[in-house]
Ligand binder design. Sequence first.
Ligand SMILES: [Zn+2]
Length: 241
Amino acid sequence: MYLKHMLPHQLREAVERGDPLLVPAGCIETHGPHMAIGHDTIIVEEICARVGKRLDAVISPPFDFGPTGYALGGPEDGTIDPDYDAFGSYVKSILRNFLEMGFGRVYVMIMHQGMEAPLALAFKKAAAELSFEMVLAEGKPRGWWADARMSREARLFGRIQVHPMILPAASPPAGGDHAGYNETSFLLATRPELVDQGRLDENAPWYCRQDEDRNSWTANAAHGQAMVEAVVDAWVELLQR
Ligand SMILES: [Zn+2]
C-alpha cells in the first residue's frame, strides 16, 4: 500500500501490524540515448511495488533527486546533482518523521552508485544519527549505554536499514551496470515504454558498449524478468526474516 494513498486510520493499522516501510531512493541521471533518465528511481519503485504484492508493506514516495556527482554528464544531458548537505538534511528530517509515525522497520532501497556513494551514505548517516538522538529524545539519561537493558534496546538501532536493491542472494542472475545490459534489461522487463533501443547508434556512450556480447543493444526483457524475480524473492525473504 502506498503511503500517499493511506487514510490516517490505515496508517495506524499498518504501524500496529508492524508492516515494513519501503523507501525507494534514486536520482535523475542520464542513461544513454535509449533509457529514461529516472531509471535508478523507477526501478526501485517497480521492485517495491512487486514486493508489496507479496506481503504487507507500506511504500513511501520516492526520493527522486539524489546526488550524482555529474559522473556521467550534466543537466544538459539529463542529470541533476543537488547540494549534498541540503539533501542530507532533507533525508534526515523525513526519516525522523517515518520513525515518529511509528514504523519499526524502515528499508531504504538503492540502485545507484553503490553503498559507499553519497546517496546511500546520506541515508546511512541520517539513520545512525537518529538512532542516538532518539534515545536521548526519549529522555534516557546520559551514560545510558552502560545499562545492560539499554544496550539491548540499542540493538534495536536497526530500525532504519539501507540496502542495495540487488541483495547478495539475487546476484546472479541480477547485476548492475550503467544503462548497459543489466539496467536496460531491468527497464525492458518493468517499463518497456521507457526504453527505445532504436536510439542506440555509433555515438552511444562508452557505458552502453562495455561488453561485446552483453550490452545496451542485446539487453532484453527475458533477462530483465529473471533479475526482477530474483531481486523480489530476495527482498521478500529479507522482510520475512
Ligand atoms: Zn542507473
